[in-house]
Design a protein around this ligand. Structure first.
Ligand code: UTP
Length: 471
């Protein structure tokens, strides 16, 4: 980290005048507090903040209720489940498997969010979710990746993106557990950037204390900037890695480096591919993957007016059917190009209640939203691609996120565990095992990575009467 110039004058020249209140307490700070604040100031992208608050056209405004744009949204062109012929499946899986086995694929797991809804005081990745094993979300993903490595006979790098609140505990967790079985050289933990909270009334950056700025992670779209900073793209190019498989830490149903998705991505010569599921009901709280002005885009559920969400086709099916599950495949050179432009991804605004200290040193704890947080979303890479692809999958095989605390209405640890048990129970039953209804089962990906491998493992009919972890 370059030594930041600590004189008040130099910091005043770094901060635009409207943000000089950041230095209001400078005189009473000690040397280490000054160094910390100067470092934070040096990291702020003031130009981006000015751009954002100078323009009326924020990305949020593009999709707000009054916008005429959302009404133009159509269903995306997609590889639907009904279109998957056995020939297409076989060809895509062969294509994807070949790329993985040739070492052209790496995986990134984003785990930088604050996980506020779950109410767990550690990084979400450390949450125990294995229905029988108690494995954590991190373990589930790493085991799935190790299963892929075994299946394809190749080492696959894992990149884990952390945020300010998850970085240290995540590094300690991996170190304490021998990288969960991954080679040191194949694991890269990197921290995403932050953005300051902005006072909604004055447009000024808020202070968390007299010596620190109110910062929060810059969204999962921060992956592009953060990866660029690490120099990973250059290393990937040298090693011949051409595709990055993207997953979120909160969805343990995702199959690491799914060869089908990677194969379809390659066959379509897509730069950005996204896996979707059919929404269960019109106003389900998932992003809507749509075609808008000729591009594949995602409209957040909160930005899609209810009457548009409820539109149906003549057969009664939802017109905007495709729900985002945040599983993507990206071409590495496409991501690298996006990383070279500071404006490749727009900012989205969230109105939040943010505690702050004013220039007189008084602490304010607002009950209502007083601040704007700026975040970038990874799915904005889809419209930035010259060629993108949407692929439908079954939610029961690919999507069971852990978002909310135990006992909430949806996307809880209980619903996630039940989805894991249902999937694995189905694989076993299809392979001829009689599993009692109340019996929890869980399959370690190193024991069997998919249904086909379960069938190969089960040589003769069997019955299960108690909870079992196949490992
Ligand atoms: P969510 O938007 O669901 O946020 O992130 P969250 O932090 O998990 O939970 P809440 O909203 O605070 O309750 C979806 C995925 O994106 C990652 C999260 O770690 C999760 O895997 N993420 C989110 C980041 O990596 N960085 C961010 O800035 C935001």
């Amino acid at each position: 980290m370059p030594q930041t110039d600590l004189t008040l004058e130099s910091l005043r020249s770094l901060c635009p005048s409207e943000h000089h209140s950041l230095l209001a307490h400078w005189d009473v700070l000690d040397a280490s507090q000054r160094a910390g604040l100067a470092e934070q100031i040096s990291q702020i992208d003031f130009e981006a903040i000015r751009r954002e608050f100078g323009s009326q056209e924020s990305s949020e405004q593009q999709f707000c209720d009054s916008s005429p744009l959302a009404s133009l949204a159509e269903a995306p062109e997609a590889v639907r489940l009904s279109e998957r012929t056995p020939e297409l499946l076989a060809q895509a899986i062969q294509e994807g498997s070949r790329a993985i086995a040739a070492g052209q694929v790496a995986m990134v797991l984003v785990a930088g969010g604050q996980g506020t809804r779950l109410g767990f005081d550690q990084p979400k990745g450390m949450y125990s979710i294995g229905p029988v094993s108690g494995r954590t979300l991190f373990q589930m993903h790493v085991d799935s990746l190790r299963g892929a490595m075994k299946k394809f006979g190749v080492s696959i790098p894992l990149l884990v993106m952390t945020g300010p609140s998850t970085d240290r505990p995540t590094r300690e967790y991996f170190a304490k557990h021998a990288n969960l079985g991954l080679d040191d050289q194949e694991l890269m933990i990197f921290e995403q950037g932050t953005m300051p909270a902005i006072d909604a009334k004055t447009g000024r950056i808020l202070m968390e204390s007299t010596s620190s700025i109110a910062l929060s992670p810059d969204g999962h779209g921060g992956i592009v900037r953060a990866l660029t900073k690490t120099g990973w793209f250059e290393r990937a190019e040298q090693r011949g890695i051409t595709h990055l498989f993207y997953a979120q830490v909160d969805n343990p149903l995702v199959r690491a480096c799914d060869p089908l998705l990677i194969g379809l991505h390659r066959l379509a010569k897509s730069q950005a591919t996204t896996q979707v599921v059919e929404k269960r009901f019109a106003t389900e709280k998932v992003g809507n993957v749509v075609k808008l002005q000729g591009k594949t885009q995602i409209i957040e559920y909160s930005d899609l007016p209810e009457q548009l969400a409820k539109q149906t086709n003549s057969d009664g099916s939802l017109k905007l059917w495709a729900g985002n599950i945040a599983v993507h495949v990206f071409d590495v050179d496409f991501l690298q190009r996006c990383g070279q432009s500071s404006q490749a991804l727009p900012f989205h605004r969230a109105h939040k209640a943010v505690r702050y200290v004013d220039e007189f040193g008084n602490t304010h704890v607002p009950e209502k939203p007083n601040a704007i947080k700026l975040e970038r979303f990874v799915f904005d890479l889809l419209p930035a691609a010259s060629k993108s692809l949407v692929v439908e999958s079954l939610a029961t095989e690919s999507f069971a996120p852990v978002k909310n605390a135990i006992g909430s209405a949806s996307d809880t640890p209980e619903t996630c565990k039940a989805a894991l048990v249902n999937l694995h129970r189905g694989w076993l039953r299809n392979a001829g095992v009689r599993v009692d209804d109340g019996c929890s089962v869980e399959i370690h990906p190193m024991w069997a990575w998919d249904e086909q491998e379960v069938r190969a493992r089960i040589q003769q009919p069997a019955s299960l009467h108690s909870d079992t972890f196949f490992t």
